[in-house]
Design a protein around this ligand. Structure first.
Ligand SMILES: *Cc1c(COP(=O)(O)O)cnc(C)c1O
Length: 223
């Protein structure tokens, strides 16, 4: 049951208002509750309120945490939003319904082999390093069109693009660029916007927003 004053209820209201302000259909934006490094009781409370779409950054942590929650709360959809090591790809496709961090050819090749073997693939989002930050994962904007073609040539069907704008910068220009790159490549999905800027992301066409601390409270370490 949703308590109308809970953080989840507040985020849902803000998301609905942002959809309306942008002239977007109600419910057109998926709220991904980012539960990485959050205590189980906080995650359970949000599950009990009815939230079913969650994001995690670490395969190991998700594998430890979600099989139990899934047994108790049917219908959970899990999204991998952190960097994915190739040697964890098999475990990731077994655990996650979507992967937002497809960021290199070797990972695409691995995911293609797994998709062929399994006959299915999680939904895939290509991560774009819109700020061209050297320390950050993601395809550089100038390499994106070629990478999309490369992924499609592997018989994968990418759903959209994902970005994490540079910290401290205005994220709006990054959202705008990501939307343009997605449109030009015929990709319907846009995974962008976090606790501090999800309303702006919705205004720029986000289909998935990834909200952590505004929902669960501040994270302790490793975030
Ligand atoms: C942690 C994380 C988020 C959530 O960030 P908040 O600012 O806590 O909302 C969103 N996206 C990615 C990729 C993250 O790693």
């Amino acid at each position: 049951m949703t308590d109308s004053s809970s953080p989840l209820a507040t985020i849902r209201r803000r998301l609905a208002a942002a959809e309306a302000a942008a002239g977007r259909a109600p419910g057109s934006v998926t709220l991904i509750a980012v539960s990485k490094v959050q205590p189980d009781d906080r995650v359970r409370a949000v599950l009990a309120e009815g939230q079913r779409v969650f994001g995690e950054n670490y395969v190991q942590e998700a594998a430890a945490k979600w099989p139990g929650f899934r047994a108790t709360f049917p219908g959970v959809q899990l999204h991998m939003i952190g960097p994915l090591q190739t040697n964890k790809a098999k475990q990731a496709v077994e655990l996650f319904d979507a992967i937002h961090s497809l960021d290199r050819a070797s990972l695409a090749e691995k995911l293609a082999r797994l998709a062929q073997a399994r006959g299915s693939s999680p939904a895939l989002f290509i991560q774009v390093n819109t700020g061209a930050e050297p320390q950050k994962a993601g395809i550089l904007p100038q390499d994106l069109d070629a990478f999309v073609a490369q992924v499609r040539a592997l018989d994968l069907d990418p759903q959209g693009l994902m970005c994490i704008p540079p910290e401290g910068a205005d994220s709006a220009p990054h959202f705008k660029t990501l939307a343009e790159m997605a449109a030009r490549n015929g990709l319907p999905g846009l995974s962008m916007g976090m606790s501090s800027d999800f309303e702006s992301a919705v205004a720029h066409g986000a289909t998935h927003v990834r909200v952590g601390s505004a929902l669960f409270g501040a994270r302790s370490a490793k975030a």
